[in-house]
Design a protein around this ligand. Structure first.
Ligand code: CTP
Ligand code: MG
Length: 474
């Protein structure tokens, strides 16, 4: 294998990621067309000043070839944009006009923090988002109102060459599986990626910095004194990564980033710098079939529980993933409280019909009796310990060779499956319903999914723990 040097690879990938002239023209034409339609339709339903504006990566020059989606904002000079108002005066007229004005436009109503319209035109998607047209950042009402300020900031601070660096970093984050602020990923948003390039200057400089990060990592676009740093640590306590939003210092632009995402980014950066390759941008994602996976679990003596769900119709992805992750937290909790060592917890959904949780526990069953240790220092606690354990334990407590009181108690649950099955209410949520819980991948309930490529890839990565950019054999 030829070992490319970093620059050759980066130049090659940059070329691959640059949008073509034709696709750029196509999306901008679509934007012009939608802008006219919106101005025309909304001037009839909205009695306030408003303007249609292009936001997002197409506006900022950081969109990736083949992934050019429009983020169109309608900024309205009206403070009280309630959900009902938006539906009545915005969503309804816009979707009506679009869906019969033109065939070929598919229109969907979506909810983020508030309702917006998603338009599918050929292979381009456009989000049409209503927001309050704030005069200054201090005047915003909801998080979406911040977007025009973000666009403006990035346009002002990012050079043309750096747009290429942003595309590299976005594609790298995508390849590593940490791109996007949505609950599914809990990773780096487009805006955060841009801020990182503004901060570090280039993709390679970012990589060299991320491998030195230390939690909680503060990154600031301007010099901070120690007082300012300590205020940030207090304000954003619990965040592994803190990057004060340059347009709004009250907010952490990295608030969505989980510890897992930072760890994966750091690890991938380290391995890329050691051995650069296209795999980081275009990952291999190994997929085994369900039989091989079951064999692998057996041969490595693993203890894995797979939980399958059916998703209620019309549930939005953020809801599905939010419920999956909160169920995951509850599962990890109850298992830990009952002495099980939870090694891994992963989530999957096709965002429509199915969802799944992968739970891996160390070791098989627990022993029937639980060893209990009393206080290690002599004191009245020793007597209390004996008193307590004499009553209900299977054998009398004793003092061990180091003078520490010990006992064996009955254990409530030995099998993690029993624990989960006895607590089925913990496993359910409003929009996803439990359909099967099993340790056997060949169970017939999994049948529907065993041909689903994305599910199998996820399951393979969960079982083998392979990292998407590595090509080592299993
Ligand atoms: N946004 C939003 N609601 C939407 C879509 C976008 O509020 N339905 C806002 C986001 O908060 C973000 C901006 O619009 O500030 C652009 O969002 P996004 O498309 O996620 O990021 P991009 O910078 O466009 O990056 P990408 O290339 O991944 O699209
Ligand atoms: Mg976008």
């Amino acid at each position: 294998v030829t070992q490319y040097d970093i620059q050759t690879i980066l130049d090659e990938v940059k070329e691959m990621l640059k949008p073509t002239y034709h696709e750029l023209r196509k999306v901008l034409n679509l934007y012009d067309e939608l802008k006219c339609i919106l101005e025309d339709t909304l001037s009839k339903s909205i009695p306030y000043d408003f303007k249609v504006e292009l936001e997002g990566s197409v506006a900022k020059g950081t969109a990736i070839r083949g992934e050019m989606d429009l983020d169109i904002f309608v900024l309205i000079r009206y403070e009280n944009l309630s959900k009902e108002w938006i539906i009545e005066k915005f969503v309804k007229p816009v979707s009506e006009t679009l869906s019969y004005l033109r065939e070929g436009y598919r229109v969907e109503l979506r909810y983020a923090s508030h309702p917006y319209v998603k338009v599918y035109a050929g292979n381009v998607e456009a989000d049409i988002v209503p927001a309050y047209w704030a005069k200054s950042i201090d005047d915003i009402r909801t998080p979406v109102d911040r977007t025009p300020f973000h666009t403006e900031f990035v346009k002002k601070h990012l050079t043309n060459e750096q747009c290429d660096e942003v595309r590299l970093l976005k594609k790298f984050f995508k390849g590593v599986g940490v791109y996007g602020a949505e609950i599914r990923v809990e990773g780096f948003s487009g805006y955060l990626t841009e801020l990182l390039i503004i901060k570090y200057g280039s993709f390679e400089k970012f990589l060299k910095s991320v491998i030195t990060w230390k939690e909680p990592q503060i990154i600031s676009l301007r010099e901070l004194n120690s007082y300012e740093s300590s205020v940030l640590l207090k304000t954003f306590k619990g965040s592994p990564l803190i990057l004060p939003d340059p347009v709004d210092n009250r907010r952490n632009a990295a608030a969505a980033v989980s510890r897992r995402s930072v760890a994966l980014a750091m690890l991938a950066a380290h391995e890329f710098l050691k051995k650069p390759s296209l795999n980081f941008f275009f990952p291999l994602r190994r997929t085994l079939d369900i039989r091989e996976l079951q064999l692998k679990l057996k041969s490595t003596e693993r203890n894995t529980i797979l939980i399958l769900y059916k998703v209620a119709e019309e549930t939005s992805p953020d809801i599905i993933w939010g419920e999956l992750k909160s169920i995951g937290k509850r599962i990890a909790n109850i298992l830990r409280v009952n002495d099980f060592d939870v090694l891994d917890l992963r989530f999957w959904s096709d965002d429509r019909h199915y969802a799944a949780i992968y739970v891996e526990i160390h070791g098989e069953k627990l022993s029937a009796f639980k060893p209990v240790k009393g206080p290690t220092r002599i004191g009245v606690g020793l007597l209390n310990f004996f008193e307590k354990h004499c009553v209900k334990d299977p054998i009398t407590p004793w003092v061990d060779w180091e003078g520490v009181p010990r006992a064996l108690s009955y254990r409530k649950v030995r099998d993690p499956m029993d624990l989960l099955k006895d607590n089925k209410d913990l496993l359910n949520a409003n929009h996803i319903k439990l359909s099967c819980i099993t340790t056997n991948l060949l169970e017939k309930e999994i049948y529907d999914l065993r041909l689903n490529r994305d599910f199998l890839t996820w399951l393979s990565e969960s079982v083998i723990k392979s990292l998407p950019w590595r090509e080592e054999p299993m």
